[in-house]
Design a protein around this ligand. Structure first.
Ligand code: FES
Length: 174
């Protein structure tokens, strides 16, 4: 009689046609954005705890998912009448996050809050009059043009119409 224990039965081979688990891997874009945000948060937490950057993810206005334009009345958003004042807008169920800024020269611009490098939230620099990324230092001018890398691609921007009572951001594709 053998003193060896019987081997357990092998698991049944996986049926290739069987449905996979419900969860699916995140998209590359979502993965990179999450990684960049995590790295940025860890880095900034070490560099400047309590830093104002942590508030930049706040959203002031959430547009309806189907909205093709966003109205920002001065009565509700007085910052948009002040040089370097800004409002953070979320549209299309959060797919678009837009920073609307009153420039020091009087113009108003609307640009993506999301850095084109790895997706960190951008800040607005009063001193320089540009968009700056707290993660790796990319900078963009008010028209979205890259002023300093590592980002290569410009920021998406949207047309802004102004009248006496407020601003309208046009989200329709051009
Ligand atoms: S995420 Fe790297 S520079 Fe903005």
């Amino acid at each position: 009689m053998s003193d060896r224990l019987p081997r357990p039965a092998s698991p049944a081979p996986r049926d290739a046609a069987a449905p996979r688990p419900a969860s699916s891997p995140p998209s590359r874009r979502a993965f990179l954005a999450t990684t960049a945000r995590t790295a940025g948060v860890v880095g900034l937490a070490a560099a400047c705890s309590g830093c104002a950057w942590f508030h930049k993810k706040d959203i002031d206005v959430r547009a309806a998912p189907e909205a093709t334009s966003i109205r920002l009345a001065f009565a509700d958003h007085a910052a948009l009448k002040t040089p370097n004042g800004f409002v953070r807008v979320s549209a299309q169920d959060g797919d678009l996050r837009i920073l609307v800024v009153r420039l020091a020269d009087g113009r108003a611009v609307a640009a993506s809050m999301e850095c084109t490098h790895w997706g960190c939230d951008l800040d607005w620099s009063d001193a320089r009059g540009d968009f700056e990324c707290p993660c790796h230092g990319s900078r963009f001018d008010p028209a979205g043009k890259v002023l300093e890398g590592p980002a290569d691609d410009p920021l998406p921007t949207w047309p802004v119409r102004e009248d006496a009572d407020g601003l309208t951001i046009d989200l329709a594709p051009t």
